[in-house]
Write a protein that binds this ligand. Structure first.
Ligand SMILES: Cc1cc2nc3c(=O)[nH]c(=O)nc-3n(C[C@H](O)[C@H](O)[C@H](O)COP(=O)(O)O)c2cc1C
Length: 225
């Protein structure tokens, strides 16, 4: 009887310990393995206060095409992606940019020297899709492969119904996100330019995107040369 109680107690303790430690796997380190080929990087919490007054940011918004190779720190990337299309209402998961019928059909891919990633607004993380430097495929202008960061706005056509919805809504979604990025960059002292001049078929192939994923626009971001 006593032996049974001890054995049962040990089993309960082992189960409780497993339950206690399980959720922390993947959350403690900055990088956690999701599968053998992808890793999810939890971004630092975005800083949602401060910045330039809106009217000044609008006054400073412009396209720039000169970039130094200086890298963008994780905190800056976190703030930028949150401004672009992060969750600003936790209860609904809705974003800083509007979407038609709340379809949330636009994905932001992040192309940097160390690889390509998909921004996950719900987790505020980036998920690696490639460990290659794909900047050379991200646009036809020379500055694209020198700048530290290119965002690729990819519409998920499977979330949009009719043909006109697919085209008009996709363009609108990319436009709203792009303008969020322009204003963030104006406020943060970053250079940026939104771009349609991309070999979309080549980039889609290099990024290994699914059939329904359509590259709409790209946006280059970095520091002044
Ligand atoms: C849909 C769209 C596509 C664009 N494509 C490119 C591009 O491929 N390359 C580029 O250098 N600029 C591109 N631009 C930036 C425009 O050239 C720029 O916004 C315009 O010259 C006005 O300058 P501003 O943004 O400083 O006001 C694009 C802008 C938009 C809205």
């Amino acid at each position: 009887m006593k032996k049974t109680i001890i054995t049962t107690s040990i089993a309960v303790l082992v189960i409780l310990a497993a339950i206690y430690f399980l959720p922390f796997n993947g959350e403690t380190g900055e990088k956690s393995k999701v599968t053998e080929h992808t890793q999810s990087i939890r971004l630092p919490d975005p800083v949602k206060t401060g910045g330039m007054p809106l009217m000044e940011a609008l006054q400073n918004r412009k396209s720039s095409r000169t970039f130094s190779g200086k890298k963008i720190e994780m905190q800056m990337l976190s703030n930028l992606l949150w401004a672009a299309n992060g969750v600003n209402r936790n209860e609904s998961g809705k974003r800083t940019a509007p979407t038609a019928n709340d379809t949330r059909a636009m994905d932001i891919y992040v192309i940097m020297e160390d690889g390509a990633y998909l921004f996950n607004p719900d987790e505020h993380s980036i998920e690696q899709i490639s460990d290659k430097d794909l900047r050379e495929f991200a646009g036809r202008q020379d500055f694209v492969k020198k700048a530290p960061l290119n965002l690729i706005y990819v519409s998920d056509y499977s979330k949009l119904k009719t043909g006109s919805e697919k085209e008009i809504y996709s363009g609108s979604h990319a436009g709203f996100i792009g303008q969020n990025v322009y204003l963030f960059c104006a406020s943060a002292g970053l250079n940026t330019v939104v771009r349609a001049w991309v070999d979309k078929d080549v980039l889609k192939k290099e990024m290994n995107l699914k059939e329904d994923a359509h590259i709409i626009l790209a946006q280059t971001i970095g520091f002044q040369e």
